[in-house]
Write a protein that binds this ligand. Structure first.
Ligand SMILES: [Fe+2]
Length: 380
């Protein structure tokens, strides 16, 4: 694929068009509803280097669910499973398989965040509530977004405990080393046919985000499949939510495959940032994480496209790490295969060296790699 319009990839440091009625300090946590939280926690620790942080379950007085919280630098995952038949979590897992339920956003004022967003039309998930223990208080409120995904606003300025009231510290003897993952760079949602603009409008009007960049089916298509994407960002640029929808192609796109297996809209991938992608990916591969690979021909002329980079090409090529450049610098990125049995969610590892964009120059090579996987699954 050619970069036809690199100027469209120029992104301001701060997104000045975004309105700041909803100041967001960052991603607080990402909660997944999973079939077996104990084993999921083990996976994220063993394969990904997350560290055990907190636990809630029968031992803390919960009767119907268990949650494990794992953390790596600023990335916090909450893994939740039901303990009994019936109920909302079981229904969610039956419909979607394991998947992201909550994208929690760290705010100064959860009550105000709730009022500002619901006044602008957000559907209520739950009204503000205060949780207290000996370490202080946390205020939470929640709104719905695409599919069955929700945003929970987390106000923790008066809390000094390990995670939040209701959880105890979790200190298993087993805690494998970290892999260098530092923070959530962006979280991507897949939505249905012709729903991208609706959800971008939601982030603009209800949450005060602005659009950073858009890609149409001419940017993101191969011989067989296509999709469209717009990237929405909040005012300080810490929260970036690309939204994808399928586009017409000769065969079934990865977005359609996702929607079919997830049974609706939902989180397609989380991108986690590292300061040293070669070390991080080497480590992850040694721990069994499977990445998409591109043909070695990708590396034959990649430097003609992206210019000089600090890294040696050999380890990038060996690991299958992709490279792209925009007006402000370059980036290195790689994508896992789906991390679940259903071909739904995957994880991106990204190292930014100035670039603020999302790897447009890699889309074609990447989607051809995904098509090879779809072919093997019989879902192309
Ligand atoms: Fe991404």
């Amino acid at each position: 694929m050619q970069i036809t319009d690199s100027s469209s990839l120029h992104l301001p440091k701060e997104n000045l068009e975004a309105r700041d009625f909803l100041p967001l300090l960052g991603t607080d946590y990402i909660e997944l509803y999973v079939g077996n939280a104990k084993q999921a926690a083990h996976y994220y620790m063993s394969a990904w280097g997350f560290q055990p942080l907190a636990y809630a379950g029968l031992e803390t007085g919960l009767k119907d669910r268990t949650s494990y919280v794992v953390q790596q630098d600023k990335i916090r995952l909450v893994l939740t499973s039901p303990l009994k038949p019936g109920g909302e979590i079981n229904r969610h897992i039956e419909a979607h398989g394991d998947g992201v339920k909550v994208i929690a956003l760290w705010v100064d004022n959860a009550d105000k965040s709730y009022r500002e967003t619901t006044a602008r039309g957000a559907d209520i998930y739950f009204a503000p509530k205060t949780l207290k223990d000996d370490h202080g208080k946390v205020v939470l409120s929640g709104i719905h977004t695409y599919g069955e995904t929700v945003h929970v606003f987390v106000e923790r300025k008066d809390y000094r405990g390990i995670f939040m009231p209701g959880y105890k510290a979790w200190k298993p003897f087993y805690a494998p080393p970290k892999t260098g993952l530092r923070y959530v760079d962006h979280i991507v949602g897949n939505v249905g046919w012709h729903e991208m603009d609706k959800w971008c409008q939601f982030y603009a009007e209800v949450m005060g985000f602005a659009q950073l960049v858009s890609f149409d089916d001419k940017d993101i298509s191969t011989e067989y499949t296509a999709l469209m994407s717009k990237v929405m960002s909040n005012g300080n640029g810490r929260i970036k939510f690309p939204i994808n929808e399928p586009a017409d192609g000769r065969k079934k796109s990865q977005i359609e495959e996702y929607i079919e297996f997830y049974n609706g809209a939902g989180v397609q991938h989380m991108a986690m940032a590292t300061d040293n992608i070669i070390e991080t990916v080497t480590n992850l591969r040694n721990r069994g994480v499977e990445f998409l690979t591109v043909p070695s021909s990708y590396y034959e002329n990649v430097l003609d496209r992206v210019g000089e980079i600090d890294e040696d090409l050999a380890p990038l090529s060996k690991l299958g790490i992709l490279i792209d450049r925009d007006d402000e610098g370059y980036l290195l990125q790689i994508f896992t295969k789906p991390i679940l049995d259903r071909p739904t969610m995957f994880i991106e590892i990204i190292q930014r060296k100035g670039a603020k964009s999302f790897g447009k120059g890699n889309f074609k090579a990447l989607f051809e790699a995904i098509e090879r996987e779809q072919e093997a699954r019989g879902t192309l």
